[in-house]
Structures are given as structure tokens and as C-alpha cells.
Design a binder for this molecule. Structure first.
Ligand code: SF4
Ligand code: SF4
Length: 692
């Protein structure tokens, strides 16, 4: 029988005290032949009926393992070695298989990060969705298909009849994730486990999926256990939050309380790591948390966060048996020094910034890149893209996947050639010169930092070898001693000790690998760095350290940087100028102040509204939900490229005619049919939500 959920809570309100899910003293081990790894030593938390509980932490903290234990998917070597998991009062640990089958997938459902891991590639969406009510609710096939079609409408997938006949590979990533959510909800679960459900999705798609989850939660009264490393998402989606570190909770509180007044140094550190939408480039530095989560076999005595904590006191913080202590209403923290360490309004030091030199380092004029696919089909990756970056400026290229920003990076670095247009650097047009034909000084002057350092670091070469090779290739230093000396200086520049020179990539963490990649990129003394999502694959604490490092080096070296990113909060923190791209065209360009304040293009407006914030006031911002997917670059719209998703569309003129360029200032341009005065005038606060 379906259990009726109690009324849902809202942030900060007290939900029913009887837990739907109660995890008590949970111990999870992975038992291999040689050793046993204790992934989670002792974890306790609860999810109340109708509540959304967020579990936050860096990778390796045990949050996904906990979700897998609840689902009973620990694999061959994983065991729940102690404690209990009670769901609706029933014990799941060591429960008989038939009882677990009746609960998992039906009363508890899970949505994973990668939707394809939950979808069968050889079955239609209809067949996969219909299985759930047939198996769990005893529905007939016809009834099940009707329920599936209705649920597809609920998750806002258009044309449900057609969608049921499609295969997973025929859907976009956002559509696949909606199907997985529909599949999870079809069993009418009381509890939905969401494990990084939007990682890998574009920001506006992420925003739509999160809004959808919130709406479905309200409609069906489903409780959520929301696992994420994204503090902004958690802050805006959850009633209560638990911060997890090395397999245990270090702090737990209602969301507003936790983000408004964090007590544990780790929670404070996580919040200080992330750029916020209100913070511009010169407002504050991002504070990184030094070090990394200990391996399960190397957990320290006493406070597990001790080795990374600036407040560590020997004799106090290394005492075993540190417990969660109450510090406020429903607020607990595992730190013996929190009252001394808490500072009411912590201010991080501002960045000392000089204004960038105005002379242009690189100028893009009408860059167009078409790929001819045969059968009269052309993929339009870039069309008439124009902007410039001054000496020592950071210009951010922003947009979702398929917007053409990475194609531009490939052309700049010579991995591809432009179809037409010019890129002028030091007086030379480099747009049509591939890397193999570029003279050495040109190769030397442009370097790239990639999202994934593994793609550039040879696994069989040591870090020192990679840096030395770059120094030799460009003749930056001559002679072994001088090259070794410079290699050590570069390691020091990226704040790694000289012994890292001997390490291979497999012996480095993700953040350390990216530091090596940065050291190697700067080995040739480049004047232009192309950084393609350089921190998006790293944990938030590591991101802050790498971004701060990159900014420091860029400033001292006076290098110009093209910073490619989908993360607008980070862009606001990093960039001097921003170029917003959509489907191969520039929608808007301007200084960072112009882009984030006042008049903006409707697409920029949607991107900014999709940013999640940990600040309580962030939740009050109007959210613009874009419907539909980005059109194919093979079949671009005739008029405005954004017309099929625009929440401010004027009418048929947007479909018919490419928009004019509105010059808002000498540095600010917006491509839109909306007149400049209307773009400038403040919009009614409810307008965005009314149109969505
Ligand atoms: S107990 Fe000590 S080491 Fe641990 S978080 Fe608190 S101050 Fe830092
Ligand atoms: S031109 Fe029309 S569709 Fe395009 S952004 Fe402006 S209002 Fe929207």
C-alpha cells in the first residue's frame, strides 16, 4: 500500500519528528583480499517525511557510498559492517532479499549523475518506463504506458507519444535525466535519492531539472536525500544539510542556519571556496582549503579535519572520540574549538588589482567556422565572432555546450583553421595557420590549459620531465643545470615542492596534476593562455586554490587569458570582459560589470538566473526556466538563434530576421530585437517568472 507522505516542510520549518529514513552508526567496509577499507566509519542522520535533506562534501567523503548502501548496491566487496538503516520503521540491513526488492526501486528510488547508467540503450523509453508500474504497482501494459506518458508530461518532456518510441541515444542529456526522474517517480516512491543529478548538464538545463524536482516533490510529497558537491544547489533545494568529511558528519543544521552561520571550519572553508554571484574580480580572493581528504587507511587521531585545519591545537583536536555537539536549535557540530574560531562577519582580503593595459593582444574579426558534413549539410560552429582581448586582460567565453567556445579555442591554438575571418596577434593573422605550420615564436606565445590535465600529461613521464621538455622545445633555457633550475622555479610558482618533479601523473591528485599542467603551460613564457574549463573537473576546495594560483600567475606574468567556462559565478570572479555565445554566435559582450549589472541579453539573463547561491537572499532571485533544447548547429534558426528558447521573444520578427547589434556603450553590445531602452529599463520582478 502506498504510504501517504506528511505535508512537506519548507526551509527552516520543523518537519514531522518521525523519520522516514534513519541511518544510525552506519559502518561501511570494502573487503579486498589484501586489506579492508573503512569507507564510512560511523554515520548517523535522518530524513523526515516530506523533507529534503542535503548531504555535502568533497569527492571521497563517502556520500555516494552511503547512498549505495541505502539502495543495497555496494557491489561484491562492500558490506554494511555495523549500524542500521531504517526506512519507514523497517530495518534494511540484513533484511531478506524479497523485502528489499519490494522497497528498493519502488518506495526508495534513485537518480544517478549519469542518466545512461540507469537507461537500457537497446530498449525504447516507453518499454523502460512501463516496466516500473507493471513491476511495482501491478499495472497492465496499457495502463503502464498511459502512466508513463502522463509522467513524461509531468517532467515537461514534449510530445510524450513520440518520446515513448525513442531510444535513449536519441535524447539530449537533459532529456535523458528527465526520463530517469520520470522512471524514479513512476513507482510513487516516498524517498528519492539524488546523487549529483545535474553534474554534467548545462546550467540552464540544470536549473530546469532542479526546478522540476522541487515541483514534483511538492506535488507528490516525496522526501529527498540530495547528494551534491554544489553548495549553491543544496542551499536552494534542501531544508536541512549535513556536511560530510571523511565518512562522518561534521556539521548538520537547517539550511539557512548552516549557510548563514556555519560553525565548523570545514563548512566555513567550503563556503569561502566558491565564488558568489555578488563577487567581482577585485572584491575578494577565493580561500582554498589546503591539503586533501585523508585516505581511509590514513585517518588521523581525533578530528579527521585536523591536518587541514588552521585552528588545529595539539592536545585538544587530536583527542579521540570527538562527537557532534548541539550549538543551536537542530544545529550540531563536531569541533571542540568552534566558539573561539567563529568570527561573526569574516571578510576575505580583497584582491589588489591594477587595471588591465588597454592595448589589444589578440583581435577576433568575423571568425566563422563551418564543417561541411556532406549531403548539403553544414555544421555552423562559429559565425561572425568578433571581440578583442587587451594585454593582461582575462576575457571569459561563456555559453552552454555546442555554443562554439571550444571551437574558437581550437582555432586560436592552431588545432583547427577558421573558414573565414581573422585573428590578429602581433600583427599577424593566425586564423588560418594550423599548429604544424606555425613558426616557433607563435607556438611559444600561445599555450593552453585543458579541463582534464590527464589529456595533456603523459602517464609514463614524470612531472619534471613534462616541464623540462617544454623548456627545451622552446629553447627557454639552455643546458641541463639551467633547465633544471627553471623547472624547480616553475614548480615553486604553482606551489609544489621540488620533489614533485619525480612523480608521475598517477601519483598526483587532480589539483596537483592541474598545477603541473599550468606550470608546463607557463614554461614557454606565453603572452596568451587559453584556459578551457580549467577547474570544472576539480573539487570546490581545489578549484579555489587553482583559480587563485592561475590569477596570481597571469597577473605577475602579464599574460592575456581566454577563460572558457560555463560557471558564471566563477567568470564574474575571474574575468575583466565577458563574451556570451549561443549556437556559434555572440549574443552579448561587455565588461564584467556591464554583463552582470543592468541591461543584458535575454540569454545572459537566463544564465545568470541559473546560478545557485548559498546566500539566503539567493533563493529569492527570480529563476528563468528555459524550455526546449538548443537547436542543432546543423539546422540553425533563420532569425535569432535563441528564439526557440527565449522568454522575452518579441514575435515572428525574432524567427524571421537576425537581430541587430545594440551598442549599449563603447564596450557593451547586445544582439537582440528588443530596443536598447527596453533592455535598459528595469524589468518588473515577476516578469521573468510569468513568461517562463
Ligand atoms: S576540532 Fe580542531 S582541528 Fe578539528 S575542526 Fe575544530 S579546530 Fe579544527
Ligand atoms: S532577438 Fe528576440 S528571440 Fe532573440 S533574444 Fe532578442 S527577444 Fe529573444
Amino acid at each position: 500500500m502506498t504510504k501517504v507522505a506528511e505535508p512537506i516542510s519548507t526551509k527552516g520549518e520543523r518537519a514531522s519528528e518521525t523519520p522516514l529514513l534513519a541511518v544510525r552508526d552506519l559502518r561501511i567496509e570494502f573487503r579486498g583480499k589484501a586489506e579492508t577499507i573503512v569507507a564510512v566509519p560511523k554515520l548517523s542522520f535522518e530524513v523526515k517525511p516530506g523533507e529534503s535533506f542535503g548531504l555535502v562534501g568533497e569527492s571521497g567523503c563517502g556520500k555516494s557510498t552511503t547512498a549505495m548502501a541505502i539502495m543495497g548496491y555496494l557491489g561484491a566487496t562492500g558490506v554494511v559492517a555495523g549500524g542500521s538503516i531504517r526506512f519507514e520503521g523497517e530495518e534494511l540491513v540484513n533484511a531478506p532479499a524479497h523485502k528489499l526488492r519490494a522497497i528498493r526501486g519502488r518506495r526508495i528510488a534513485m537518480v544517478y549523475q549519469d542518466p545512461m547508467s540507469a537507461l537500457n540503450p537497446v530498449k525504447t523509453i516507453g518499454a523502460q518506463l512501463a516496466e516500473v508500474p507493471m513491476l511495482h504497482l501491478g499495472a497492465s501494459r496499457v495502463e503502464a504506458l498511459d502512466m508513463a506518458a502522463a509522467m513524461l508530461k509531468d517532467v515537461r518532456l514534449p510530445d510524450a507519444g513520440d518520446m515513448l518510441k525513442r531510444y535513449p541515444h536519441q535524447l539530449s542529456g537533459g532529456q535523458q535525466q528527465r526520463v530517469v526522474i520520470a522512471m524514479a517517480l513512476l513507482g510513487r516512491p516516498s524517498l528519492l535519492l539524488l546523487d549529483e543529478p545535474t553534474t554534467g548538464l548545462d546550467v540552464t538545463v540544470e536549473s530546469a531539472v532542479i526546478d522540476l524536482i522541487g515541483e514534483l516533490r511538492r506535488r507528490y510529497g516525496t522526501s529527498l536525500l540530495f547528494i551534491s558537491h554544489n553548495l549553491g544547489l543544496i542551499a536552494e533545494s534542501c531544508d536541512r544539510v549535513g556536511i560530510m568529511y571523511s565518512g562522518e558528519l561534521v556539521e548538520e543544521a537547517p539550511t539557512c542556519e548552516l549557510f548563514g552561520r556555519p560553525r565548523h571550519p570545514y563548512t566555513q572553508g567550503l563556503i569561502d571556496c566558491i565564488p558568489d554571484i555578488g563577487n567581482g574580480k577585485h572584491s575578494r580572493t577565493l580561500a582554498a582549503i589546503p591539503g586533501h581528504i585523508p585516505l581511509p587507511s590514513e585517518r588521523p587521531r581525533g578530528c579527521l579535519f585536523g591536518p587541514r585545519c588552521a585552528g588545529f591545537r595539539a592536545g585538544l583536536c587530536d583527542r579521540p572520540g570527538m562527537t557532534l555537539e548541539p550549538v543551536g536549535e537542530r544545529h550540531v557540530v563536531r569541533c571542540v574549538r568552534w566558539p573561539e574560531l567563529e568570527v561573526a562577519h569574516r571578510e576575505l582580503p580583497p584582491l589588489s588589482g591594477e587595471s588591465a593595459a588597454p592595448a589589444a593582444e589578440i583581435t577576433f574579426s568575423d571568425i566563422t567556422k563551418f564543417y561541411h558534413l556532406g549531403h548539403h549539410k553544414t555544421l555552423k560552429a562559429n559565425e561572425a565572432v568578433s571581440f578583442e582581448a587587451g594585454k593582461a586582460e582575462i576575457v571569459a567565453l561563456v555559453g552552454e555546450s555546442g555554443c562554439g567556445k571550444s571551437t574558437l579555442a581550437r582555432i586560436v591554438t592552431g588545432l583547427d583553421r577558421a573558414t573565414s575571418g581573422e585573428i590578429r596577434m602581433a600583427g599577424e593573422n593566425i586564423a588560418a595557420i594550423e599548429a604544424s605550420a606555425r613558426p616557433k615564436p607563435l607556438l611559444q606565445s600561445i599555450q593552453m590549459v585543458f579541463q582534464n590535465p590527464d589529456s595533456t600529461l603523459n602517464p609514463s613521464h614524470s612531472a619534471g620531465f613534462s616541464i623540462r621538455r617544454s623548456l627545451k622545445k622552446f629553447g627557454i633555457r639552455k643546458g641541463k643545470a639551467a633547465i633544471d633550475q627553471r623547472m624547480r622555479e616553475l614548480l615553486e610558482m604553482v606551489r609544489l615542492s621540488p620533489d614533485f618533479a619525480a612523480r608521475r601523473p598517477s601519483q598526483l591528485s587532480g589539483g596537483q596534476k592541474q598545477r603541473i599542467a599550468i606550470a608546463r603551460a607557463f614554461a614557454s613564457d606565453p603572452s596568451l593562455i587559453v584556459a578551457d574549463e580549467p577547474v570544472s573537473a576539480l573539487d570546490v576546495s581545489v578549484q579555489a586554490a587553482v583559480v587563485t594560483l592561475l590569477l596570481d600567475i597571469q597577473k605577475t606574468r602579464h599574460a592575456t587569458m581566454l577563460f572558457i567556462s560555463h560557471d558564471l559565478a566563477l567568470v564574474r570572479h575571474v574575468a575583466d570582459k565577458v563574451v556570451v555565445m549561443y549556437l556559434g554566435k555572440v549574443m552579448e559582450k561587455g565588461t564584467v560589470e556591464e554583463i552582470f549589472g543592468g541591461a543584458t541579453h535575454p540569454y545572459t539573463e537566463a544564465l545568470i538566473s541559473a546560478i545557485r547561491s548559498t546566500k539566503p537572499e539567493g533563493a529569492e532571485r527570480n529563476r528563468i526556466t528555459l524550455t526546449g533544447d538548443t537547436p542543432s548547429p546543423v539546422d540553425v534558426p533563420r532569425g535569432c538563434r535563441f528564439a526557440s528558447r527565449c522568454h522575452r521573444k518579441l514575435g515572428s520578427i525574432c524567427d524571421r530576421e537576425p537581430p541587430p547589434i545594440r551598442r549599449m556603450s563603447a564596450t557593451h553590445e547586445i544582439a537582440c530585437h528588443i530596443p536598447a531602452e527596453a533592455l535598459e529599463s528595469p524589468r518588473h520582478p515577476d516578469e521573468a517568472s510569468d513568461r517562463s
